[in-house]
Design a protein around this ligand. Structure first.
Ligand code: DAH
Length: 377
């Protein structure tokens, strides 16, 4: 190509070409030059250079020929130059493509023969994620309850005050609403009802009973929101599993038996359980459910420091609230309180997970720190 750089930079007139057969000779030289160039061994990068040096839109050989030979050619020479150029272009394009295909095939052969790639080397490792610990605990709880006949339902995280409070027997101005001071949504004026981020999963008790007739046995895993200031045990977003069982003959014994069964499955058969009287507007009687301290085995003491710091010496840890469904609640869903009875419970999953896996700061669940996440593959 070097020695045609000069002719292709000049016009035919400058080269003294006046006859069509001289045009043919000139093109034959260029083609010869191309064929020599095309005959070299190419790898992909060099092939690109080769292609551009001939076909490049601005400075490829064919572009020079178009500009310097074809465009300024005299009318007598133009047809011959045009025809010769087309023929040359077809030849160049076909050869350039043939080279590309050849390179591709060669690379494939190398790869297969092991010359270029060592197929026995370990591949690139792409780590696969795992379920977040909270999700894993949800699944453990679901498995336990599903195995004794409960089904899993989910509900909206944005609720109306009716479902979040009123239908759970928490009228406006009831003092327990203070504990659940919550996030209300900014709605346009004239919106039919205020909306809020649910403060607990209990609204799904109502939504479920509205839709289904007894027997009802459901658990409701989900996120809940409260205006709590973040610290080691509080977060404005956390997780609960609600439970509800309603039928014609459910007793307090069914209730305690179910809860105990669950806790022993979840923490292991060694834990002791106890119920304490408590108060919730939607259960009567209401209980607070405790397990023997998982850290000190219920003794209230720890070998080093004397008193167990987790249960503060009590030997018990408060786990969750529960109770027999208050007959007033049945009134909101058109169940006959004389014919049905049942129990409900609501547990904080973050708290259960912290106890089971000995985690002392709830914030780690929300920080997405892989060093934490990796510990629970
Ligand atoms: N909803 C209650 C809370 O978030 C927990 C609760 C207590 C749920 C007693 C229940 C129940 O279903 O029976 O504090």
């Amino acid at each position: 190509m070097r020695n045609i750089e000069k002719p292709i930079d000049k016009t035919l007139e400058d080269l003294g070409v006046t006859q069509p057969d001289e045009v043919a000779t000139l093109f034959a030289e260029v083609r010869n030059e191309f064929d020599l160039d095309a005959d070299k061994e190419y790898i992909e990068v060099l092939w690109k250079e080769f292609r551009d040096s001939w076909l490049g839109r601005k400075s490829g050989v064919l572009a020079h020929i178009t500009n310097n030979w074809l465009k300024p050619a005299s009318p007598t020479l133009k047809p011959a130059v045009g025809a010769a150029l087309n023929e040359l272009r077809a030849h160049v394009e076909a050869e350039v493509e043939r080279r590309r295909v050849a390179i591709e095939q060669k690379e494939e052969q190398w790869a297969l023969s092991g010359a270029l790639y060592d197929l026995s080397l370990p591949g690139v490792q792409r780590p696969i994620g795992s379920h977040h610990l909270i999700r894993q605990v949800f699944q453990q709880i679901e498995d336990i309850f599903v195995s004794i006949g409960f089904s899993v339902v989910e509900g909206p995280e944005i609720e109306t005050p009716y479902y979040n409070f009123e239908a759970l027997n928490i009228p406006e101005f009831h003092p327990v609403r203070d504990d659940m001071d919550t996030f209300y949504l900014d709605l346009p004026k004239g919106a039919p009802t205020p909306l809020l981020l649910r403060t607990h999963t209990s609204p799904m008790q109502i939504r479920t009973m509205e839709k289904r007739q007894p027997p009802v046995r459901v658990i409701v895993p989900g996120k809940v929101y409260r205006r709590d200031n973040p610290d080691a045990t509080h977060s404005f977003i956390f997780h609960q599993v609600e439970g509800l069982a309603v039928d014609s003959d459910i007793t307090f014994c069914d209730f305690t038996g179910t809860i105990e069964y669950f806790v022993k499955q979840f923490f292991g058969p060694g834990v002791k359980t106890r119920f304490r009287p408590s108060y919730f507007p939607f259960t009567e009687p209401s209980v607070e459910f405790d397990v023997s301290c998982i850290f000190c085995g219920g003794s209230g003491t720890s070998p080093g420091s004397g008193t167990c710091s987790k249960c503060k010496g009590a030997g018990w840890i408060e786990l969750f609230g529960a109770g027999m469904v208050d007959p007033a609640v049945y009134g909101f869903v058109n169940y006959d309180p004389k014919r049905v009875s049942g129990f409900a419970f609501g547990m904080g999953i973050d708290r259960l997970a912290m106890l089971k896996y000995q985690i002392d700061d709830i914030q780690v669940f929300f920080q997405n720190d892989v060093r934490f996440l990796k510990q629970f593959p």
